[in-house]
Write a protein that binds this ligand. Structure first.
Ligand SMILES: [Zn+2]
Length: 209
């Protein structure tokens, strides 16, 4: 959860890719059908249009237009009128900021519940800049998610990634390394090990990664 919202499904240590490498695109799960907001994908009502950092920044600016006092709070604390600034105000107990995060947490609950209902995962892990506000978001997600669950799936833990802000980049890097073909194999020396990420037993001729 950052500028946009993406996702990945991991089973037995492997990313489930789907037919066109697009499995896990939770950002475009529909979470709103009443006057749905337009999403960057061209559709309407997607999770990304409601709960991404970009979406929060837009909501903040809309709210300031309606309520100038809310805008003054950002000035007062020297904060940008974006998702990060809104999170800081919410933590200070500013009601407008809190209500933005509460609404967004409900949309996240809808999207996450759709994934849980479909996949019955062991755990849901949140990452990216928006997930830094996990203390604000988790209570709201946990409070609302029960409204969207299939009974019996309520025990799925939701947590923040332990890999920090760069978790998605680390995942992408791991995928690249995992898919590097062993140089020994390329050279026709027989298949040593396809998965260079874990090291090659013929490092003398492979030198990968
Ligand atoms: Zn979309």
């Amino acid at each position: 959860m950052s500028t946009g919202i993406g996702g990945a499904i991991v089973q037995n240590g492997q990313v489930i890719r789907g037919n066109n490498n697009l499995a896990g695109e939770i950002g475009h799960v529909k979470v709103e059908y009443t006057k749905p907001k337009k999403c960057t994908c061209g559709e309407r009502g997607c999770l990304e249009a409601y709960a991404s950092g970009t979406a929060i920044s837009k909501t903040v600016k809309e709210r300031i237009k309606q309520n100038a006092v809310f805008g003054q709070e950002f000035e007062k604390y020297g904060l940008q009128t974006d998702a990060k600034g809104c999170a800081a105000l919410a933590e200070l107990g500013i009601e407008d900021a809190r209500s933005i995060y509460e609404r967004m947490g409900d949309y996240l609950a809808r999207g996450i519940a759709a994934a849980i209902n479909l996949l019955n995962p062991q755990v849901v892990i949140l990452g990216g800049g928006v997930a830094k506000s996990i203390d604000l978001l988790l209570p709201v997600i946990n409070m609302n998610i029960h409204n969207y669950f299939v009974e019996g799936l309520v025990e799925t833990p939701i947590m923040q990634t332990a890999l920090g802000y760069e978790a998605a980049l680390l995942g992408a890097t791991a995928l690249v390394l995992e898919n590097r073909q062993c140089r020994a194999e390329k050279a026709g020396k027989g298949i040593i090990m396809k998965n260079a990420w874990h090291g090659c037993s013929r490092a003398d001729i492979c030198h990968a990664p």
